[in-house]
Design a binder for this molecule. Structure first.
Ligand code: PLP
Length: 385
């Protein structure tokens, strides 16, 4: 019998996952793994978090898709809830289906609002794989297949450096896009000084400041939004995805009033944008975030993870540096991390690569002290082998 084949854009990890619950997944032989890969951090509230699942199931029983021009109860419910997690300055929102779509809309609104074309992004950034988001993504390997087709007016500046910002960000700049914690680039938290310098300079020249919190946002770093924990001021546009739907594909673009006022009907759209099923998931996820004090738990567990890593593995010769903000954790090695990530998988812990040399852990907030101790013990073992 003929079978269709999936295009393999990702190297296979040799594991068939048949079930997942909270911080664990099971393979086809019912071996249990601690999942700190977590669908690139999507399942931050735990796989199949019961509160999110209940919301989605309830929604499946009433209304799954609604045409974008019509209102519905879950849209109203979510718009009422969002002020609990969004800053007052960013209460104009739109929902799409993936992170890259959020970046595309942010860039499009910036071009439209400023009538300018230039974008400033940063070295080691990752913003997605469609043409606009790829244009502001740094890595050569990501860009190579379509390099000639990407936006031309993009400048990559030094991340966390305030030198030369006055020159790089000028009156031609439509937008500055930055991850307050770089994820794919190697778990690199931005400094307050850097984010504030971007805030001040973009204000001076009338450029739009975009914070991409698609990976870092929604409690993972110890505050609802990473930039808040870092102590920076609000951006003009805030992007989130991954954890906000906890597995149901959804992203959110939140913009300030001035940009919102420039928006006219017809300049953008998405068939599945703000669909009731996705919005039910976001509504359920916000309930969990607030009722279970998720950012505080992420902060405490991240601290424990960090302390134990420093005690147990920081001193190993192969380890260059440990970096974290809450439960966004990177162990930078002096070598490529691939074989250690594989060895960890054999030991029952799933992790992923970031940058060229970093083992990344994106544990869900429900991870226990015992899970953290076990994973660090396993990491120490494989790094020593
Ligand atoms: C910071 C950041 N921006 C954008 C994206 C793209 O999101 P998606 O894969 O949902 O398109 C990612 C994905 O890893 C990301 O980490």
């Amino acid at each position: 019998m003929e079978v269709a084949k999936l295009l393999r854009f990702y190297p296979p990890r040799g594991l068939k996952i048949v079930k997942a619950y909270m911080q664990y997944v099971w393979d086809e032989n019912w071996r249990k793994y601690l999942d700190f890969y977590n669908g690139y951090g999507v399942g931050f509230l735990g796989h199949r978090n019961p509160i999110v699942v209940a919301k989605v199931v309830e929604q499946l029983g009433t209304l799954v898709i609604n045409s974008p021009s019509f209102d519905d109860p879950v849209k109203e419910e979510l718009l009422n809830k969002l002020p609990k997690i969004l800053p007052k300055t960013l209460l104009n929102v739109y929902f799409q289906n993936s992170g890259t779509e959020a970046v595309e809309l942010a860039l499009k609104l910036s071009f439209y609002y400023t009538k300018r074309k230039k974008v400033v992004a940063f070295k080691r950034s990752f913003h997605g794989r469609t043409l606009g988001s790829l244009s502001v993504t740094w890595g050569k390997d990501y860009r190579a297949p379509v390099e000639e087709l990407l936006l031309k007016d993009v400048v990559f500046a030094e991340f966390n450096s305030t030198e030369n910002l006055d020159k790089v960000i000028d009156e031609d700049t439509a937008a500055v896009i930055v991850e307050p914690v770089q994820g794919e680039g190697g778990i690199n938290p931005a400094t307050r000084e850097f984010l504030m310098a971007l805030r001040n300079r973009t204000k001076e020249v009338g450029a739009v400041l975009i914070f991409d919190e698609i990976q870092a946002g929604f409690g993972r770093t110890g505050s609802v939004w990473a930039y808040q924990g870092i102590g920076a001021s609000d951006p003009d546009v805030l992007l989130s995805a991954k954890a906000i739907g906890n597995g149901i594909p959804v992203s959110m673009v939140a913009v300030n009033d001035e940009i919102a006022e420039s928006v006219k009907s017809g300049i953008h759209g998405s068939t599945y944008g703000a669909n009731p099923l996705a919005l039910a998931a976001v509504s359920g996820a916000i309930d969990v975030l607030l009722k279970d004090n998720v950012p505080q738990k992420a902060k405490e567990k991240g601290k424990l993870f960090d302390e134990l890593l420093r005690e147990e593995v920081e001193g190993l010769r192969i380890v260059r540096e440990i970096r974290n903000l809450g439960l966004m954790i990177g162990v930078e090695l002096r070598v490529k991390p691939g074989k250690y990530i594989e060895a960890l998988q054999r030991e029952g812990v799933l992790s992923l690569k970031a940058g060229a040399t970093v083992i990344r852990f994106l544990p869900p907030y429900v991870v226990t002290e015992e899970d953290i101790r076990t994973s660090i013990e396993k990491l120490k073992k494989v790094l020593n082998e």
